[in-house]
Ligand binder design. Structure first.
Ligand code: PA5
Ligand code: NI
Length: 188
């Protein structure tokens, strides 16, 4: 039987207490997602293989819903901001909510039929991610980007499509400001 519980979420550190799981993504594991993978190698040679982001989750066994936090380090590879892998959900009928707690970022999305959208990520903005939209977060600020996510436990992650084709959009710095540009390498 499942029992109710209060879970503390620190909006600055992203700590989830109690948590049921967590993982860290090293920058090296994201190398080929960037426009310029050799610049990832150069970054790592200079700064080390940094923790690009961490995901902490509260996913009780047998529950239909789950939530957690993502904590993204600030940084850029050339002019491209630090990013998450990006994915569709394995189930095409499962959406998600991202509620930004601190930091600044952009949520890049595209639909199966090729529509693109960007949702600003800043404190207090709750982003609605409809079912079957690919989504990737980028940290455009100088501090960690921390957001709470929640979705159905059976939503699942399909990373293959985005890994193979890329996202349709990239978030880059232009004249000192974040800009979203079409990804010329997107494999249509
Ligand atoms: O389910 C989600 O959309 C998030 O919890 C992401 O998994 C998280 O932000 C990390 O991104 P990704 O799974 O694309 O690496
Ligand atoms: Ni998702």
């Amino acid at each position: 039987m499942l029992f109710p519980e209060g879970v503390a979420i620190d909006g600055v550190t992203g700590a989830v207490t109690p948590a049921t799981g967590r993982y860290v993504k090293k920058l090296s594991a994201l190398r080929d997602l960037y426009a310029a993978p050799p610049m990832v190698d150069a970054f790592i040679a200079e700064h080390g293989d940094v923790d690009a982001y961490e995901v902490i989750e509260y996913r009780p066994d047998g529950s239909d819903i789950c939530f957690g936090t993502t904590i993204m380090a600030p940084g850029k590879i050339g002019d491209e901001y630090f990013l998450t892998r990006g994915h569709y959900h394995a189930r095409a009928d499962r959406g998600e909510v991202y509620y930004t707690q601190s930091g600044e970022g952009l949520l890049l999305l595209h639909s199966r039929s090729g529509e693109v959208r960007v949702v600003e990520m800043r404190t207090g903005v709750c982003a609605f991610i409809p079912p079957d939209w690919a989504h990737r977060s980028v940290n455009t600020g100088g501090t960690p980007l921390v957001f709470v996510w929640t979705c159905a436990t059976d939503a699942g992650h399909d990373y293959g499509e985005v890994a193979a084709r890329g996202m349709r959009q990239r978030a880059v710095e232009r004249n000192g400001r974040p800009a979203v540009v079409a990804n010329p390498n997107y494999a249509d």
